[in-house]
Design a protein around this ligand. Structure first.
Ligand code: GLA
Length: 385
């Protein structure tokens, strides 16, 4: 999403102030890509960029949704929402109301104005941030008392079955469960979490995010196809999910898969889970610089075995590494979007410029870079804001 539209405010749209404003961040994933729909491990951190939902209950039985930036208001009867009945950005908000009711919660009419500065389409989870801001708002306004892990699963359910994108749990969990100064180590099988300290500033390090500005092409179809490959691999190996395949003896296991493509997909997931665990070990021991090679190995695996990178992502990673990054990798679903690079703070600018220079040389559009701290997760910003 781009910047706030100055004319649109909750009060100007709905004629009264909101009861409160809730904010939920976008994310980057440090490591653990395409593991979340395989019952595996992920390690995301929250960005400073957030989606806000200003909200108030109404007595009309309608959800009325306005974007701070675009389009006309959208409204729908809260109790008769059906998948496919609402489209575009508002389906993410309406989907959350639908998922809450599917889970047996009673919600009434609500007015929503959503806004924010999470770039859309950059793989930084602007849609999960929107879902989670709305989920938190509705949970608070209607006193539902749902814990955040369950709320994340409900937001995921909204995206899977209302919007129709078969994503895993990572993005919603990151938006709701991340805390300042930590990466979120999440076991997507049982939902257990550990806040792993990531004091980049204190260690003189910087995590540079580079948005390649490459649109996600075919992302939905390709994403679903990867998911199916993984499910086929697990079924053929006789395990509930690829999470259950051990790194020990992996080659022998994989030899049992006839399809070489499915074999490579499985190899990515199994090795990636192991890289997450190794990364967590290093971070727990305060050996942050040493995670660099794991990040880079993750990218190589996503490029060669999982095949979800595009030339812009590969060029950005190579350029960051040549300019002295400890490690670099694509982050998020792939097929465009962003890379992250772990660099000495003093090198942040030079690495960003080196990537921009390589992009110029290749004739790619100019990338956009920014360093990110591990920012806080979703929160209520204030009452009547
Ligand atoms: C997208 C999905 C996530 C996850 C990543 C890949 O961001 O929304 O659930 O699968 O891709 O790790």
């Amino acid at each position: 999403m781009t910047r706030h539209h100055p004319q649109r405010s909750f009060a100007s749209e709905f004629g009264r102030p909101p009861e409160a404003v809730w904010a939920s961040p976008g994310r980057v994933n440090l490591i653990g890509e395409h593991t979340d729909y395989n019952d595996g491990f992920v390690l995301p951190l929250a960005l400073r960029h957030r989606v806000t939902a200003s909200a108030a209950r109404n007595d009309t039985g309608l959800v009325r949704m306005v974007s701070g930036q675009r389009g006309r208001p959208v409204e729908a009867d809260v109790t008769s929402l059906v998948p496919g009945g609402v489209s575009g950005w508002s389906s993410y908000a309406a989907g959350v109301l639908w998922a809450l009711q599917e889970a047996g919660h009673r919600v009434g009419g609500v007015d929503l104005l959503v806004d924010g500065d999470v770039p859309a389409g950059a793989g930084l989870s602007s849609s999960a941030a929107l879902e989670c801001a709305v989920a938190l708002a509705v949970d608070d306004l209607f006193g539902l008392g749902i814990d955040r892990t369950t709320l994340a699963r409900l937001a995921q359910h909204a995206e899977n079955d209302f919007v129709g994108m078969p994503c895993g749990l990572m993005d919603q969990a990151a938006s709701l469960l991340c805390t300042r100064g930590h990466a979120l180590f999440l076991d997507t099988r049982d939902g257990t979490t550990e806040q792993v300290p990531l004091d980049l500033d204190g260690e003189g390090l910087s995590l540079l995010v580079v948005d390649t500005r490459t649109p996600h092409r075919l992302v939905d179809g390709e994403y679903a196809a990867r998911r199916r490959d993984c499910e086929r691999a697990a079924a053929a190996l006789g395990v509930p999910a690829l999470r259950d395949v051990r790194l020990d003896g992996l080659d022998g296991m994989l030899a049992g898969l006839d399809d070489v493509v499915v074999r490579r997909r499985a190899r990515h997931v199994v090795t990636e889970n192991a890289r997450v665990l190794d990364t967590v070990e290093l971070l727990r021991a305060g050996r942050t610089r040493e995670i660099g090679p794991l990040l880079t190995a993750s990218h190589t695996s996503l490029r060669d075995d999982f095949e979800v990178t595009v030339p812009q992502l590969d060029v950005a990673v190579e350029a960051a590494l040549s300019a002295g990054a400890y490690g670099a990798r694509m982050t998020g679903g792939g097929f465009g979007g962003c890379i992250i690079a772990l660099v000495e703070s003093s090198q942040t600018r030079a690495v960003g410029e080196a990537v921009a220079e390589e992009f110029r040389r290749h004739g790619f559009p100019a990338p956009w870079s920014f360093p990110t701290p591990a920012a806080p997760g979703a929160e209520q910003l204030g009452v009547g804001g």
